[in-house]
Design a protein around this ligand. Structure first.
Ligand SMILES: C[S@@+](CC[C@H](N)C(=O)[O-])C[C@H]1O[C@@H](n2cnc3c(N)ncnc32)[C@H](O)[C@@H]1O
Length: 278
């Protein structure tokens, strides 16, 4: 048997560039960045019956004196409950209309400070240190994710919490795309982000959330709206194909709402504690 030596191992020639893999997959996805303004009113309604915010917030360690940065805060489904628990929240979002919904909910005076910019457009210095950083359901469209993860880590004093699409989150929409003969691209797997963090020296925690709202629709029109949001506009012929399919696969509840029961829509929570508080 060869003795164990302390020779330096050669650099691994097969080292995978996780950030590049993430980037290539994100670049194939339909671009959402400019669409958040147009979907804001519907998103605001969808959030009224979303069980995800409560589940996400239940995971966050927060103290009354903490300052929070909420990246991609949207209409405030996460921001408002966080502001009730923290000293203040900086709410960052590239969508003006989303921030308008948040502004109405927050009222005046408020401990929420809004910034209408994309994460990529701000630097850590401009935002300043915050005790807790959250980026809930807002990082999936960012191609160069590593640079933004480094920024979030730099800003946080205590904790960072992010959520990403779970493995089967797009199954339903993929089925619809297949039905129409459209190409359907998957969001990159969360494990790529885990690996990027690992190589940044961060050993993150991973939890699978169970919230199910994405599979629950008030009526057929809402189901169609959500599918359009995922796979793009539908012409009349396509709408009728999808409608027929939905009538077959969705379960009609006694209140007229519709549920898709075959999969659970899961978000993946990745969070870490800062090892060297700034
Ligand atoms: C699915 S919503 C999530 C809203 C909220 N965080 C939640 O979980 O309910 C995504 C939000 O992130 C915002 N967003 C997406 N990419 C962003 C970026 N690169 N910088 C800032 N905001 C972004 C969108 O405008 C949208 O309001």
């Amino acid at each position: 048997m060869r003795p164990i030596t302390h020779e330096k191992l050669p650099e691994n020639p097969c080292k995978v560039d996780w950030n590049q893999l993430w980037k290539e997959q994100v670049e194939k996805l339909p671009k959402k960045k400019d669409l958040w303004n147009s979907i804001a009113p519907q998103f605001n309604e969808w959030m009224d019956k979303d069980d995800y915010p409560a589940e996400f917030i239940s995971k966050i360690k927060i103290e009354p004196n903490d300052t929070v940065l909420d990246v991609g805060c949207g209409n405030g489904a996460i921001t408002i409950p966080l502001a009730q628990k923290a000293r203040s929240v900086t709410a960052l979002d590239s969508s003006t209309r989303m921030l308008e919904f948040l502004g109405k909910k927050a009222g005046h005076p408020s401990n929420i400070h809004m910034i209408n910019k994309g994460l990529e457009e701000v630097d850590a210095q401009e935002i300043g240190y915050h005790d807790v950083v959250v980026a809930s359901r807002s990082l999936n469209g960012i191609a160069d994710i590593q640079a933004q993860l480094e920024k979030l880590d730099r800003i946080a004093r205590k904790y960072v919490y992010i959520t990403l699409w779970g493995v089967d989150n797009r199954k339903f929409e993929n089925e619809m795309a297949e039905l129409l003969g459209r190409e359907s691209h998957q969001n990159p797997e969360y494990i790529l982000v885990y690996n990027i963090l690992y190589e940044m020296g961060i050993q993150a925690n991973v939890e699978f959330l169970k919230s199910n709202t994405r599979n629950h629709y008030s009526n057929m029109d809402e189901a169609l709206d959500r599918i359009k949001w995922r796979i793009g506009d539908l012409d009349e012929g396509e709408k009728s194909i999808i409608k027929k399919h939905l009538e077959r696969v969705l379960t009609r509840n006694s209140d007229g709402s519709l549920t898709y029961t075959r999969t659970n829509s899961k978000w993946v929570l990745i969070w870490w504690e800062k090892s060297h508080p700034s």
